[in-house]
Design a protein around this ligand. Structure first.
Ligand code: IPE
Ligand code: IPE
Ligand code: MG
Length: 249
């Protein structure tokens, strides 16, 4: 392990193995523009994004990142043209079928966050459940796919679930809300990466991002890869996380 960290370019470039973010979350953006720049249909950009995604998974595994969460389809993405929505649903299903065994063999635990009972085709739900079940004993990396995910919808769903559980108003606190989120075990992201030069959150993990470090890059998602991930982590390692406190306090 040490050799690998030392081997990255020169010593000043090497990552600090003791400060690898535990949870990295990615807003995989820019697929459409990547395709359009090549005179291709937008869907070819989504297709090209698969390579970037698995480069990131590979690097996360090598670096010992414990949680990796990716934004695959938002609650707002239903506003896209019907054909693109259909492509994204089919493509996500296809990726799950093609990749689940290899992910399983590499110790990856696959999970999903998002609104399951609204608009998502039953067949895709079934594939998600199969992938979750197949990989549920793995511990090396938890790879969470945010599908039909919206941060506000998640908070609404958490509140509904609290009320349905009969929680009295004076028992509602941050811990309890967190326990009713889609995946109560998911730690807050340490580092959030957004590609494609857009400087916004777009309804991703609103509750969990309270103190995450944000990293924005102009690189379009299909061009993102291991080097870009290492660059983001290097930037993260330069940050000082204070969580509202005072240095050395
Ligand atoms: C991100 O790429 C993928 C999804 C939102 C599903 P986009 O499709 O948003 O690409 P741009 O932002 O239009 O270039
Ligand atoms: C965010 O990207 C959603 C995903 C990456 C799945 P969008 O492309 O949908 O976000 P906006 O519309 O630019 O904010
Ligand atoms: Mg976009």
């Amino acid at each position: 392990m040490a050799a690998r960290f030392g081997a990255v370019a020169d010593a000043s470039d090497a990552l600090d193995p003791t400060r690898i973010p535990r949870h990295i979350a990615c807003v995989m953006d820019g697929n459409g523009r990547w395709a359009q720049a090549r005179g291709l249909p937008r869907t070819e950009g989504h297709r090209a994004g698969e390579h970037a995604l698995f480069e990131v998974v590979d690097e996360a595994l090598e670096l010992g990142v414990e949680w990796l969460t990716v934004y695959a389809f938002s609650t707002e993405n239903w506003r896209r043209p019907r054909d693109e929505v259909r492509f994204l649903i089919d493509f996500n299903e296809d990726i799950l079928l093609r990749r689940r065994d290899e992910l399983n063999e590499r110790g990856v635990r696959i999970r999903f966050v998002g609104r399951r009972n609204w608009r998502v085709p039953r067949r895709l739900i079934r594939r998600m459940d199969e992938a979750t079940e197949l990989t549920r004993r793995n511990r090396r990396l938890t790879f969470t796919i945010a599908f039909n995910y919206g941060g506000r919808a998640e908070i609404v769903d958490a509140v509904r679930s609290l009320i349905a559980a009969g929680t009295p108003a004076d028992k509602v606190d941050e811990r309890r809300i967190a326990r009713h989120l889609y995946d109560p075990e998911m730690p807050d992201p340490d580092l959030v990466i957004r590609t494609s030069g857009e400087y916004r959150i777009s309804n991703f993990l609103l509750w969990q991002l309270a103190y995450s470090e944000l990293y924005f890059t102009e690189v379009l998602w299909p061009d993102f890869g291991r080097r870009e991930l290492v660059a983001a982590i290097r930037d993260y390692q330069q940050r000082e996380r204070r969580f509202g406190a005072v240095d050395g306090g």
